[in-house]
Design a binder for this molecule. Structure first.
Ligand code: ZN
Length: 133
């Protein structure tokens, strides 16, 4: 079973907590035990798991600026968003999370995020696939 979630983003780079929407989709799936694949079908977005707090969001921004600085990247000759493509490729576009008792089995400080890297965008899709064990 697969569900599609859609989010709009309002900034160039933005962390959006999608945990509640993903939990709701798990509940609607009826899967009590299994795995949930959360996948962003985009080349300039990524999926992360971590703590939802302001310092983490700011640190992600600082990391991205230092790790992949704006520069003379080849892809910029196409549409000037090479840093977004590179970050998406190396951070990754999916996470797999266990489902236990009909819920995502996340750690105490784990939340699920869509990381926008080339916003704002109206239609950022997240494909959520459930596999019962
Ligand atoms: Zn591009």
């Amino acid at each position: 079973m697969t569900k599609e979630l859609v989010f709009s983003t309002s900034k160039k780079r933005q962390l959006i907590n999608i945990t509640n929407e993903a939990q709701k989709a798990v509940g609607e799936s009826g899967v009590e035990e299994g795995v949930c694949l959360v996948f962003a079908p985009h080349a300039t977005a990524a999926i992360l798991l971590n703590e939802d707090e302001a310092g983490f969001k700011e640190d992600v921004e600082t990391l991205l600026q230092n790790w992949i600085p704006e520069g003379n990247w080849q892809h910029n000759q196409i549409d000037d968003n090479a840093t977004a493509h590179l970050a998406s490729a190396f951070i990754g576009q999916s996470k797999t999370i266990p489902i236990v008792d009909g819920k995502l089995k996340l750690g105490t400080w784990q939340e699920l995020f869509l990381l926008e890297l080339d916003g704002p965008r109206q239609n950022r899709k997240i494909v959520v696939t459930f596999l019962a064990a």
